[in-house]
Design a protein around this ligand. Structure first.
Ligand SMILES: [Zn+2]
Length: 254
C-alpha cells in the first residue's frame, strides 16, 4: 500500500530528516521525498538538500554556503546555537558545571568552547581622544592565598570595555592595557591611588580624584553579580587565569 505522506507532513519529516523507519506497510514514493521543501541552513539564510548519510544519520548540504550539517544531532555540543547558549549562560551567572548540566554536555567541552568563543571576541572599534577609567578587581586562582587581579579599562562616555588583563597587580600586567589607551590618544585616564599607575601613565593625563572611577566601580559590581567565578563567599572560583580572562571577555564583549 502506498500512502501519500503529504497528508502526514510530520511523519514525512521524521522519516526523511531523522531517519526514522516507517512501518513496512507504508511505502514512500521516492519522487515525493525528493520534491520535499528544502531544509533551512544553520549557518546562512540558504536551504539544504539531502546529501547522503553517515552512521545512519541523514546529512544535509547547504546550496548557498556549501556547509554540511546533520538533520539531527546526538551530541548536544555540536547542535546549532550551542556556542550562543554557552555565552548566554556564562553571562547570566552559570558556572561551568551548571552549563554542562543544563545543556547535557561535558564540563570539559564547556571549558574548551568558552575559550574558543572568547578567542574570537575583542573590543572592536576603539574611538580616539576619549577619557578612560582603569581599575582592577581582586579574585584568586586555585586558593585564596593565590590572589590575582582582573584589570580592565572603560570608556567613560560609551561605557565600552577597551581592554582586559589578568594576573598579578604589576607593571608587566598593566602595561599592555595602558599602552592600548595611549595608542587611542586618551584624553584622561582616571584610576585609583595604586602606585603602579603613576609610573605607567604620563602625568598630565593621569587623574586620581574622588568619583573619578565611579563607572568602573559599578561595572565591577555587575561583573561580580553576573560571573559565577567572581562571586564572593561561594565555593565557585577560578582554577586558571585563561578561563578568568575568557569569562570576563564573554561578559564584556560577548
Ligand atoms: Zn548555508
Amino acid at each position: 500500500m502506498t500512502v501519500d505522506l503529504r497528508a502526514f507532513p510530520e511523519l514525512l519529516v521524521c522519516h526523511v530528516f531523522q531517519n526514522i523507519t516507517l512501518p513496512c506497510h507504508l511505502q514512500v514514493d521516492k519522487h515525493l521525498v525528493d520534491s520535499m521543501p528544502a531544509y533551512p541552513c544553520h549557518s546562512c539564510p540558504g536551504h539544504c538538500t539531502r546529501k547522503g548519510t553517515r552512521n545512519g544519520v541523514q546529512l544535509l548540504r547547504c546550496g548557498a554556503c556549501g556547509r554540511y550539517q546533520r538533520a539531527s544531532y546526538a551530541n548536544n555540543a555540536c547542535a546549532p546555537g550551542a556556542d550562543k547558549r554557552i555565552a548566554l549562560y556564562t553571562k547570566e551567572g552559570c558556572g561551568i558545571r551548571s552549563i554542562a548540566r543544563i545543556m547535557a554536555i561535558s564540563p570539559t567541552t564547556v571549558i574548551a568552547r568558552t575559550r574558543s568563543i572568547a578567542a574570537r571576541l575583542g573590543p572592536g572599534f576603539v574611538a580616539k581622544g576619549r577619557s578612560y577609567e582603569v581599575d582592577e578587581l581582586s579574585t584568586y586562582t586555585g586558593n585564596k592565598k593565590n590572589r590575582v587581579w582582573l584589570a580592565y579599562a572603560l570608556d567613560r562616555k560609551s561605557k565600552q570595555v577597551v581592554g582586559i588583563r589578568v594576573g598579578k597587580r604589576s607593571k608587566r600586567m598593566l602595561r599592555p592595557l595602558i599602552e592600548t589607551l595611549l595608542l587611542a590618544d586618551a584624553k584622561r585616564i582616571c584610576t585609583d591611588g595604586c602606585d603602579v599607575y603613576r609610573s605607567l601613565i604620563p602625568e598630565g593625563m593621569h587623574a586620581v580624584k574622588r568619583f573619578g572611577t565611579n563607572s568602573i566601580e559599578r561595572m565591577n559590581l555587575t561583573l561580580r553579580t553576573r560571573l559565577k567565578r567572581l562571586g564572593r563567599r561561594t565555593i565557585c572560583y577560578t582554577k586558571s587565569l585563561a578561563m578568568l580572562w575568557a569569562c570576563a571577555a564573554i561578559a564584556c564583549w560577548g
